[in-house]
Design a protein around this ligand. Structure first.
Ligand code: ATP
Length: 368
């Protein structure tokens, strides 16, 4: 049984989607392994992780396209065991958002109303008009799908999924077939539409930047399990595990031993041949699950943007391995005593450089 915070039971009303210790095996493969989370009413919740980590299977379990091997799925407080997808109050957009090629845009959207009446006593035609306007395709209802751009087709697929006014919207990599610029534009539109409707949304992506940009909360998955659930800022600034620290954005992870500490600062002897001690800010007592001890081995991370060339505090002398110009910044790959470090700098860095960081920009990672 997952703890109540994970299941969102601190809210006044029950969460709209609840997974409680859900697993799904395929023969010897465990695709989803004891996953628990709760998505609140109106929340935009994203599953992110590398290929094969179990995101799609988790979404399919919520949609009823798969049945759990163990555990429970609830939608709006109701047990979903044995309930087929068409009897669940969901709309779904898949990766290949396959529109029906022989139907025009209106007919494609109206298809979403074949099994359910439109909400609020609307006629089918009124509902389709409303959705065309919502996804910004007014006047395009008579077009065939092949007369639309990829982004427009994707919006039709979204309108079709939203047509019956579902309580839950499931989106599985809906933008992966689109180019980067269009994806960025569409994710802003998608978020707008989601907020306008207040529809509870479960979104699957392998793109961590997209996950941070679009979500109220994110669950980072790895090998069928959830590593961490949090707001984009929590996930980015307070990664709970080394995997999250390294998967979400670039990061520098250091291992070391606590040499000394006072109420504000930890002095950490970094692992490696060269004896180097750095100071990092002591986290607030309630941030860690156990009390820190002198002599304890810890892991902490410092983001590349916080590892500053020429910073005199916690200075590390490193050699420059490569630079990569990215427009807004240049990524500089360094070697510090055999350990790779990534910093943001400019191309003027020489063959050797010193980088340092403010103690408050180091974050202790609790679990390997
Ligand atoms: P991707 O980003 O590549 O789509 P994912 O995180 O969505 O990956 P899943 O598709 O959920 O991952 O797959 C999780 C694991 O379960 C993988 O190892 C996959 O090969 C396996 N798997 C998924 N569906 C089946 C199936 N129907 N039969 C057997 N194995 C499956």
């Amino acid at each position: 049984m997952a703890d109540s915070e994970q299941l969102g039971r601190t809210d006044d009303h029950p969460p709209t989607i609840v997974l409680d210790d859900v697993s799904r095996d395929y023969g010897a493969t465990t695709a989803v392994d004891g996953v628990s989370f709760a998505v609140r009413d109106g929340e935009f919740f994203t599953l992110v992780g590398p290929s094969g980590c179990g995101k799609t299977t988790t979404l399919r379990l919520v949609g009823g396209f798969e049945q759990p091997t163990a555990g429970r799925v609830q939608l709006s407080g109701e047990e979903m065991v044995g309930v087929p997808p068409e009897e669940r109050d969901i709309g779904i957009v898949f990766q290949n958002y396959a529109l029906f090629p022989h139907m025009n845009v209106r007919e494609n959207i109206a298809y979403g109303l074949n099994f359910t009446d439109p909400p609020d006593g609307q006629t089918k035609a009124e509902r389709v008009d409303e959705l065309l306007s919502l996804v910004d395709l007014d006047g395009m209802g008579e077009r065939d799908p092949d007369q639309l751009s990829g982004g427009q087709q994707q919006r039709v697929a979204l309108a079709r999924a939203l047509a019956p006014g579902p309580s839950v919207l499931l989106l599985d990599e809906p933008m992966s077939a689109l180019d980067a610029e269009l994806r960025e534009r569409l994710r802003v539109e998608l978020k707008d539409i989601q907020q306008t409707l207040g529809v509870t949304t479960l979104y699957v992506t392998h793109d961590q930047e997209e996950a941070l940009a679009i979500s109220d909360r994110v669950a980072v998955m790895r090998d069928g399990r959830i590593e961490q659930i949090g707001t984009p800022r929590e996930i980015y600034h307070q990664p709970a595990t080394r995997f999250v620290a390294e998967f979400i954005g670039d990061n520098n992870v250091f291992a070391g031993e606590i040499e000394e500490m006072d109420s504000k600062t930890l002095s950490v002897q970094l692992a490696g041949d060269a004896p180097t001690v750095v100071d990092i800010e002591r986290p607030a007592e309630d941030r860690l699950s156990t009390e820190l001890q002198t002599g304890e081995e810890i892991l902490f991370c410092v983001r590349p943007e916080s590892l500053v060339v020429g910073h005199e505090k916690n200075a590390l002398n490193a050699s420059v391995e490569s630079t990569e110009f990215l427009g807004e910044t240049t990524r500089v790959q360094l070697d510090w005593n055999g350990k790779p470090l990534l910093v943001h700098g400019d191309e003027t860095v020489g063959e050797r450089t010193s980088v340092g960081f403010d103690p408050k920009n180091a974050h202790i990672i609790e679990r390997e």
